[in-house]
Design a protein around this ligand. Sequence first.
Ligand code: AMP
Length: 602
Amino acid sequence: MSSTESTTTQSFADLGLSDSLLKTLADIGYETPSPIQAECIPVLLQGRDLIGQAQTGTGKTAAFALPLMEQIDVKLTKPQALVLTPTRELAIQVAEALQSYAKNLPGFHVLPIYGGQSYTIQLKQLSRGAHIVVGTPGRVMDHLERKTLNLDNLKTMVLDEADEMLRMGFIDDVEWILERTPAQHQTALFSATMPEQIRRVAQKYLVEPREIKIKSATATVAAIRQVYWQVSGMHKLDALTRILEVEDKFDAAIIFVRTKNSTVELADKLSARGYAAAALNGDLNQQMRERVIEQLKSGALDIVVATDVAARGIDVPRVSHVVNYDIPYDTEAYVHRIGRTGRAGRTGNAILFVAPREVSMLRSIERATRQPIAPLTLPSRADVTNKRVADFKAGVVEVLNAEGLDFFANIVSQIAEEQNVGAEEVAAALAMMAQKGKPLQIPGEDPAPSRPMADSRRPGSFGERDSKPRFEGRSDKPRTESSGDSRPRFEDKPRRASSGAPTGDMVRYRIDVGRDHGVQVKDIVGAIANEAGIESRFIGRIALYDESSTVELPAGMPKEADNALKRTRVRGVPINMRPDEGDARPEGERKFDGERKFKKRV
Ligand code: AMP
């Protein structure tokens, strides 16, 4: 395996993409390739196998999706590419991304297939013909077994978030699928980490892969206060304006977003909220760019909303804040971004917005900058009101000291006399008039405070927790990124009992797979999580027997989840889940002891 680290920023045109795709990218507003894209796209276009070490937020999806789009023959309505993802959320996201890159490819069809969705719908869609299938391993395996998915025309196979698939117990399924793909095809494997088993899979199934890793340069960013806000409960724009309003010593800000379309959108929205804001992106010519920077320097503008490339090298000492509205692609970009503040010996502030699924990027940044980034508590409505009142008072006091108030004092006296009220009431009426357009009090409720984030890659830790089991709705409607990270997470080791186990009522079910089928606890957890949409932490004690197993699940399971589980297969075996009536256990069956080696299915 040869290894490369990314260094340069190129344009999409340099990477060998077709004009039609370049046009699509321009329409979507992608300005430049992210480092992982710059490295991976040419390699994949050459047809080589690839290992990409990259996490969410690096732009890895487009890194494989764009070359895939170039290969598709729309006239051939057979699956030409298969993308395996650990969860249905990711399958949907990847399918949505592929669909968006197909804007100029009429007739293109991508199909997400995942557990929990009805087979009838999937069968209908498969028979209609999809060019790319994106699916979770279990469901893809089922379709291959039923011969409802045919991979004879497969040109490329992508394993996305391979380490997550391993953590979720799907790696055997992945290998099962890899063994049934045509010999001649390209394989791309993406993984945030490279555990031994993933390397082993890569060695076994990839042919002379290029290995690409994004650089995570360490750098010191001493004079900058760094905080992050976990995106939850409030729109990013509302959170941003709240933060900016209450931030101490706010003077000017550069706000980083990913696409040029977003620079314009956000700058417009901020202008509508009364900020002196403008967009800075690659569409601006040199003269216009300089003008924006000049205006930021002079104070004609307070906020510039920029893409990474457009903001490169800006040196404006009054920039007190950098906001990473969209998380950067890598730690290097982060360091460049926040270097736009804290200039000329001043202290700077860097605020990072992190969606739950981007938490591993946050941890990488902390490692690279060798500094912890503190969570930021969003200012409450009261905080904002207090700040607005303080500013309002300061404004009034300033005018009190001004000359020429007599004329107005006379008007106040007249009103007080005519209305038979005190001067204080008249002043209150005037204050109310004065705050029009920017009310001192903000309406609505504060969102519940977000909980500290946990890194999904740390065994046994979870992202957002709530106390009630959540049975995810199993609608066919694609989820959007804003739905947050609802992916089940798993411990690396099989568990004896549910750690952090639910406290509510549990029902014990029996399933028809056990040790003799080579099943492990993690296989059962993975299947249930994906098929019924039950987060792993709500799955209770699992006991493995030779021919069957029992599993405890929260009481009150919705009908659809129940039905889905009845149809679920683990390692290709229908589990036939039903309430456990205390079936007689065959002699010699023992509870799972965590140590015993299981018989491997042949
Ligand atoms: P990913 O790391 O693949 O989950 O991508 C994260 C986000 O970055 C997605 O919202 C993409 O649409 C966006 N994105 C990916 N590549 C680019 C690019 N070159 N320019 C701007 N945005 C991008």
